[in-house]
Design a protein around this ligand. Structure first.
Ligand code: KG4
Ligand code: ZN
Length: 357
């Protein structure tokens, strides 16, 4: 029997199996991460090896360095995830890997690693959409959460408002016309001379500052639920450069707090507008997802908004907001339950979108 035939047969059996444990690998950007997840909900292990030290020197992720570092770390991280779960490769039921979106070289490293393991061990392989992974981080944190619900996905590459209609079924309701929220945070941080990745640094600094110290423009967008952060980012950078040129000391904490407030206000206002205009879509609640959902101000403001509108808010625990293997293992389980597995022709899809076209 060929690998593919055997894989299809095993995947069909797994759909009726009580306990399904998936080994998942994530290498789309600058974290090499692996995890073992049971039934899409329970974390048996979760190992994240961050490359931040390697890229900090350059002020951002260097794709070639990322691919090489993933290659060196993959085996180790996978071994550690198995060990921490108290399992061996033959004992896991299926393997999963991020297929996109992300850096092509980084993705290919993970895809090839898992293809090799899946073939060698004769296990079904599931290629996972990274953004779907971020959404699924909520299933690991909130056992009661089930679709349909609304989700604000905010990461380094995406700012999406989506309706999660079912597991693996999404309707895109709003998106950014230019920069993603995380990207805007990173660029604003750079203007303040903070090291990469800037989002968490701005967040920390902002806790000490006055969010009303500076007024930044409200973005204009065409779509009612769309975002735009490039104008806000440029206004901020101009503000900082102006102060520098005038030789004024930079009140960094106030600047960080004002910028964070402006970005979060925009994120939360559009989400609130969507809920008010389509309350039926938020009946089961609203979730946050992606690296920026670790932002403290965003979490506070989203909670206040949801409390006001009487909607339940779901948020991944902080460590599951940024890239990790656990979220990939969760998304993979629901793909597997729908019979969506990949063959050995699985390839990296750097520009993969959340909504299937
Ligand atoms: O989801 P993620 O780990 O990777 C992508 O899929 O892009 O998101 C990374 C992004 C970076 O832009 C980072 O600066 C931002 O999330 N980020 C934050 C915070 N933690 C991470 N932005 C604002 N506040 C934070 N606490
Ligand atoms: Zn991510």
């Amino acid at each position: 029997m060929s690998y593919w035939e055997d894989s299809c047969r095993r995947a069909a059996e797994l759909r009726n199996q009580e306990r399904v444990r998936i080994l998942a690998l994530e290498t789309s950007c600058d974290e090499t991460a692996a995890a073992v997840i049971e039934n899409g909900r329970k974390i048996l292990s979760d190992v994240v090896f961050s490359q931040i030290d390697l890229h900090e020197l350059y002020g951002g992720v260097v794709p070639e360095i990322a691919s090489r570092a993933h290659m060196e770390a993959c085996d180790r991280v996978v071994d550690q995830a198995l060990r921490e779960a108290g399992m061996t490769l033959p004992e896991v039921d299926a393997l999963a890997v991020t297929k996109g979106p992300g850096l092509v070289g980084a993705l290919l490293t993970g895809v090839n690693c898992m293809k090799g393991l899946a073939f060698a061990a004769g296990k079904p392989l599931i290629g996972v959409n990274h953004i779907e992974g971020h959404v699924s981080a909520n299933y690991l944190t909130s056992p009661e959460l089930e679709p349909p619900f609304l989700c604000l996905v905010v990461s380094g590459g995406h700012s999406h408002l989506v309706e999660v209609r079912d597991y693996g079924e999404y309707l895109l309701l709003g998106q950014t016309a230019d920069d993603a929220a995380g990207e805007a945070f990173d660029k604003a941080a750079r203007a303040l001379g903070l090291p990469y990745p800037g989002g968490p640094r701005i967040d920390n600094l902002a806790e000490e500052g006055n969010p009303e110290a500076f007024t930044l423009p409200s973005p204009k967008t065409e779509g009612r639920y769309d975002y735009s952060f490039s104008g806000l980012k440029t206004a901020f950078i101009n503000l900082v450069h102006g102060m520098e040129q005038r030789g004024e000391p930079l009140p960094k904490a106030d600047l960080a707090a004002s910028f964070r407030r402006a970005v979060c206000r925009e994120l939360v206002e559009k989400a609130g507008l969507l809920i008010r205009e389509h309350p039926e879509k938020a009946r089961r609640g609203m979730a946050l997802a992606g690296g920026v959902s670790a932002n403290r101000e965003l979490r506070r403001m989203a909670q206040q908004m949801c409390d006001r509108l009487g909607v339940k808010l779901y948020m991944p625990q902080i460590r599951l907001c940024t890239d990790n293997g656990a979220m990939i293992g969760s998304a993979a389980y629901y793909e597997l339950m729908k019979g969506r597995i990949s063959g050995l022709e699985l390839n990296a899809e750097p520009a993969l979108r959340l909504v299937r076209e």
